[in-house]
Design a protein around this ligand. Structure first.
Ligand code: ZN
Length: 344
């Protein structure tokens, strides 16, 4: 079975909201990603997001041919620091309680051990930098605690950047770019060895990161705007920039990001994932495609309800004409290359 590295899940938030026991991930069905499901699906390692705090969705407005969800409110630093502290504490208790079956990934050696089947690898990821002060002191502390991947912002505004709203159809060009603090954040992450994630950034923020980051560009859970024009997806010029930097796109399994009609409908075939992969392959090459499921954070296609089903996604890629070596790259090798570069 091929190992899989996956760019995004919201399992920690799910466990926290359900007040799950510390060893919940050892049980079969406490979350979409559990140790038994990971073993079944070949899931070796992935970014486990801490969203500070979980999203607050206001009523969606139906528009002609689409939808528009109001921009999420700004989260005060104190509230965010409290939430992230609680979620991180949950992660560390979970690592303790799971008796070596889950490993916190601090570097490429840990990732390689997980790829070899030793344990399920957790890359500690912030989906939004709200808990970090503008002097970036907290960034050092969180790095020491194991933070290895960070998206400057979720789909809202913070001290560092502006996220894209959830809107269809829409270009990602929805507002201003990084603040001065955002530029300093990106540069400091690169120095420390924390991967920067472009998913949820608006277009101006994306291009600011591209200008200031001397590392492969990563969008951990996004799809192709030319197929599904949500504001969250990537335009052709963004795909080109990611490819020329040596980076990658983790294709999101979220049906609303995959489907041409943008509908939140789980009756979506796995070939939809392959269609986005084929578009990027034809335009940029297979080295810039990876997976970024968004498990526990979005509506999945019915044939990939949880981590036990990754091999079905890989089979759909083969059915769409990707060769065995190309599927290896999409499944794990591209993520390994890019994370090795980011972590130095
Ligand atoms: Zn997300």
């Amino acid at each position: 079975m091929r190992p899989v590295i996956d760019g995004h899940n919201d399992v920690l938030s799910h466990l926290h909201e359900n007040d799950a026991p510390d060893d919940a991930l050892l049980r079969e069905d406490t979350a979409t990603v559990t140790v038994p499901r990971a073993k079944q699906g070949g899931f070796a390692a992935g970014m486990f997001a801490v969203l500070p705090p979980p999203p607050h969705f206001d009523e969606m407005t139906r528009t002609a041919g689409g939808y528009d969800i109001p921009y999420s409110p700004i989260v005060p630093w104190e509230e965010s620091a409290r939430t992230v502290g609680a979620l991180a504490a949950r992660l560390f208790r979970l690592l303790d309680a799971c008796d070596g079956q889950i490993r916190l990934i601090r570097g490429i050696d840990d990732l390689d051990a997980c790829l070899a089947g030793d344990s399920l690898g957790v890359v500690f990821h912030f989906e939004g930098a709200e808990p970090i002060d503008e002097d970036l002191d907290a960034l050092e502390v969180w790095y020491a605690a194991g933070l290895r991947s960070l998206g400057p912002v979720w789909s809202r505004q913070n001290a560092f950047a502006h996220g894209v709203p959830f809107r269809y159809p829409s270009s990602p060009d929805t507002g201003p770019g990084l603040t001065d603090a955002g530029v300093r954040l990106v540069k400091r992450c690169a120095e420390l060895g924390i991967a920067i994630d472009l998913s949820h950034l608006n277009a101006a923020g994306f291009w600011d990161v591209a200008r200031h980051l001397d590392a492969p560009l990563v969008a951990s859970h996004s799809c192709v705007s030319a197929i599904c024009p949500t504001a969250r997806n990537l335009t052709d010029d963004q795909l080109d920039a990611i490819a020329s930097s040596g980076g990658l796109v983790g294709i999101n399994f979220d049906v609303g990001s995959l489907r041409a009609d943008g509908a939140d409908d789980g009756d979506t075939p796995l070939s939809a994932i392959a269609e986005h992969a084929r578009y990027i392959a034809d335009r940029c090459g297979v080295d810039h495609i990876a997976l970024g499921s968004d498990f526990d954070g979005a509506t999945m296609p019915q044939d990939v309800p949880d981590a036990s089903a990754y091999q079905g996604v890989l089979a759909a890629l083969e059915a769409a004409g990707f060769e065995s070596d190309e599927v290896d790259r999409i499944a794990w090798r591209n993520w390994r290359r890019v994370l090795a570069a980011a972590w130095g």
